[in-house]
Unconditional design. Structure first.
Length: 511
């Protein structure tokens, strides 16, 4: 009964709006016939709602400081939802817009990837073909002003909100670029920007016949993008095997996960089932998979969740691919997004995902702190008695950056040095290596710019420093894809997948 009472309370609170004049207005919500509350539930719900109104009245009357009524209301809803499960959540207008953009695969803006290094809003890279790219905005540029406002105190969300807008409208920014003392002004007309699900697609260097595709999310365009990229790799690079990287992919559209699985599985194979309070839906491969004969390996880690786990478990159950990496997150709750008034939405858990062998992907979460138990559980990745997630066929211990190296990455130090090095050395090629002379220059760069660092890191972790410099230089000088190539060469999970696929291709050749 407790969960039921909380649910009805949340539904009503979603229609409770703190108006600009400070009054509390309640909009009555009609319950569906099959979900209508009984009299006891209504009584409890009315009592709780009365308490809520009393609390707000006291805040309104006595609280001495100014406060944001809308934020207060929205945060109270989020608090109620946390009592249900870790994945039901409330979306304010900004979150609704972000979700729509991610699912639709596009938005309107100027076309740059940005991050925050200390107080600097820094361009990671312009997106090819976009307004920012055409106007010459470069990786490493610091966006100092947006519409005349200093960006040093901007959050990433605030910056993105100001850079995005209606198609055809303009935004004014000023950029600080290394070697140029004055700020560079840009007036940029916003256009449609693709939000591609496929992050990287490439034929692996030095590994003929093996392609690599990384998917960052599952949206409306994901299956089409994957298919297009596989065809390009087949035609241009003659790939005969594929590594599908789902690491760090937190999921998204169920439909996209089903469509991708359908590309690789034979007709009639079970992909996933969704079971709710009073229904069960089984998703089955409807086509003879276009790529059912393409050897594949799927990479997962603790950041792989939801739709990623649907694909990985379907591939694993039907022995369609080797699953390599570390155990996935274990997010098997289905959220249905309900549109509400005031341009808000409620993503409410309505069902659970089950693998083809009827195992629930969701792991336990009796208490919210317990949801992160794997951080201190050494057996989490391989213990089959622990429910939830996808256990890889081949476990590879996650490669975690040592603290001194992570500290430099987090502050953008490798990024800044790579930009400096690439700009001052126009002859750098894709064969660039961070030799001892480059490492020496890096230390000089740190000292000259009075950047704090752990000097012992150069003795303890020389390969990590070398790799990060090479990766950032390649990404800045040529493209993010060239930077990824450097990473993949030293990534144990990817290298394991390469060896497995190479051996498999050799066996096929002998037949």
């Amino acid at each position: 009964m407790k969960i039921r009472i909380r649910t009805y309370l949340i539904l009503v609170l979603l229609f409770l709006f703190v108006a600009g004049n400070g009054e509390v207005n309640v909009y009555v919500c009609a319950f569906p016939q099959n979900a209508g509350p009984d009299e006891e539930t209504v009584d409890v719900w009315q009592q709780q709602l009365k308490k809520y109104a009393e609390i707000y009245s006291l805040i309104k009357t006595y609280y001495p400081e100014p406060y944001n009524k809308e934020k207060l209301f929205f945060s109270s809803i989020s608090g109620f939802l946390r009592m249900l499960d870790p994945h039901s959540y409330f979306l304010d207008p900004v979150s609704v817009r972000s979700l729509n953009e991610d699912q639709q695969g596009n938005y309107y803006g100027i076309g740059i990837r940005i991050t925050k290094y200390e107080d600097r809003l820094t361009v990671i890279a312009p997106i090819a073909g976009t307004p920012a790219y055409k106007l010459g905005i470069m990786a490493g540029d610091v966006i100092a002003e947006i519409e005349g406002k200093d960006t040093r105190n901007f959050s990433l969300d605030e910056a993105m909100r100001m850079l995005r807008g209606a198609k055809g409208t303009e935004v004014n920014i000023k950029v600080r670029r290394e070697g140029i003392p004055a700020l560079i002004p840009f007036r940029i007309k916003r256009a449609e920007i693709p939000l591609n699900s496929v992050s990287y697609s490439l034929a692996l260097p030095d590994e003929p016949g093996i392609g690599y595709i990384s998917i960052r999310t599952f949206g409306n365009t994901t299956a089409r993008e994957l298919k297009e990229n596989i065809e390009q790799l087949r035609q241009k690079n003659k790939i005969k095997a594929l590594i599908l990287d789902l690491r760090g992919n937190a999921g998204g559209s169920l439909r996209a996960a089903v469509d991708i699985s359908d590309l690789f599985l034979r007709k009639g194979k079970v992909i996933v089932s969704v079971q709710g309070r009073a229904y069960k839906q089984i998703f089955i491969a409807k086509k003879n998979g276009q790529y059912e004969d393409l050897p594949a390996a799927v990479l997962i880690n603790r950041g792989s969740a939801s739709a990623s786990e649907i694909v990985a478990s379907a591939f694993q159950h039907h022995k369609r691919a080797k699953i390599i990496g570390s155990r996935s997150w274990g997010k098997g709750l289905v959220q249905t997004v309900n549109r509400l008034s005031l341009n808000t939405s409620l993503a409410l858990t309505t069902a659970k995902y089950y693998t083809p062998d009827n195992r629930c992907i969701q792991r336990e979460f009796d208490e919210r702190d317990d949801y992160f138990f794997f951080l201190n559980n050494k057996n989490y990745d391989t213990d089959h008695s622990i429910e939830g997630g996808v256990i890889p066929d081949i476990y590879i211990k996650p490669d975690i950056h040592p603290e001194p190296i992570f500290n430099l990455i987090y502050r953008g130090i490798f990024f800044k040095f790579a930009r400096h090095l690439a700009n001052s050395n126009p002859t750098i090629t894709t064969e660039f290596k961070a030799n001892h002379k480059i490492i020496k220059k890096f230390r000089e760069f740190l000292d000259k710019n009075k950047i704090t660092y752990d000097a012992n890191a150069f003795k303890k972790y020389p390969k990590s420093i070398q790799r990060e410099i090479e990766r950032e230089v390649m990404a800045h000088k040529f493209s993010p894809t060239e930077g990824v190539k450097v990473f993949l060469k030293s990534d144990k999970v990817t290298q394991t997948a390469i060896n497995i696929l190479k051996n498999f291709l050799k066996k096929l050749k002998k037949k």
